[in-house]
Design a protein around this ligand. Structure first.
Ligand code: GLU
Length: 297
């Protein structure tokens, strides 16, 4: 039995203020931590510097505070943690589990067309494995992790507390994925896995749009000898176009002048019962009890 004390986290990318969809993920991770009597951390995921908005981290922390969602430790910034990611990458490269890749986007596309593979479901295109056995004289650009080891494709199965049993063949659906990008930036997959382990995170509670990354992250945890957290992926808030609410389809910051209403709306997305409360704090206390009854065994 796993007796490690519960540590949860909310890990926003500071690309803009929290919108009603991201508040759902923040609230769910906070409620799950509180319902387990655990700790709740906030980690600012600012590795993709070109996408970050200066000052957005402070805006996000302010929005969380107004809602009464206060982290138990000083938030950490991924931009200060490159040494940790570098050490993890070096350990993979030294053991032949990661390798330099010299492919441009265009070359990857051409190889996929030549192989007759169309691949649109995943954010990151399937990598055809071109540089798996060497760079063929090309300069190194990115670093990729192997998803096929000793002829065995990485097929990961895991349990999601809300979605149930999940499985993905990472070798076939994603292929060897990027850990360090051609522009030198750390890839989300590596940073999140290294940080969750370094911070002792036992439970990942985040939006369902990220569920598809879980198999890649478990693959990395296993190669790096890191513990596997439990996972719970929360329902998404849909925009007027029927797609997940996001900055791309015009999601606005939630109304921080009415935190109780914002929390109540997030609670509806999480299928919490209607809670009458006079303040955000009162609502959170009742919501924690409701969450515990539903999600804590
Ligand atoms: N930084 C990611 C995002 O904002 C979340 C990462 C995670 O929770 O694993 O989409």
């Amino acid at each position: 039995m796993d007796r490690s004390p519960y540590i949860g986290r909310f890990a926003p990318s500071p690309t803009g203020p929290l919108h009603p969809g991201s508040l759902v993920a923040a609230l769910a991770s906070w409620l799950d931590a509180r319902a387990h009597g655990g700790r709740w951390l906030v980690r600012i995921e600012d590795v993709d510097a070109p996408r970050c908005l200066p000052g957005a981290d402070q805006v996000i922390l302010g929005q969380l505070a107004i809602c009464g969602l206060l982290p138990d430790e000083e938030p950490v910034l991924q931009s200060t943690r490159g040494a940790l990611y570098g050490a993890a990458l070096a350990s993979l490269v030294e053991r032949g589990l990661a390798y330099p890749c010299g492919c441009t986007r265009r070359e990857i596309e051409d190889a996929l067309v030549a192989m007759g593979i169309l691949h649109e479901r995943f954010e990151e295109r399937l990598y055809p494995g071109t540089c798996r056995h060497g760079l063929h004289g090309k300069p190194a650009r990115a670093t990729r992790v192997r998803t096929e080891l000793d002829g065995q494709e990485a097929v990961l199965a895991w349990h999601d507390r809300r979605l149930g049993e999940q499985q993905q063949n990472v070798a076939r659906s994603v292929g060897d994925f990027v850990l360090r990008r051609a522009d030198g930036l750390w890839a989300y997959q590596l940073a999140v896995v290294v940080d969750d382990a370094a911070q002792g995170v036992t439970d990942v509670v985040r939006g369902e749009d990220l569920a598809d990354n879980t198999a890649r992250q478990i693959h990395l945890q296993r190669l790096l000898g890191l513990p596997q957290p439990r996972y719970l992926h929360t329902p998404l808030v849909l925009g007027a176009d029927g797609h997940k609410l996001s900055k791309q389809n015009g999601a606005q910051a939630f109304d921080a002048s009415a935190p109780l209403l914002a929390l109540q709306a997030a609670g509806r997305t999480l299928a919490l019962p209607v809670i009458e409360a006079g303040s955000a704090g009162e609502w959170l206390a009742a919501a924690t009890r409701a969450w515990a009854a539903r999600w804590v065994a």
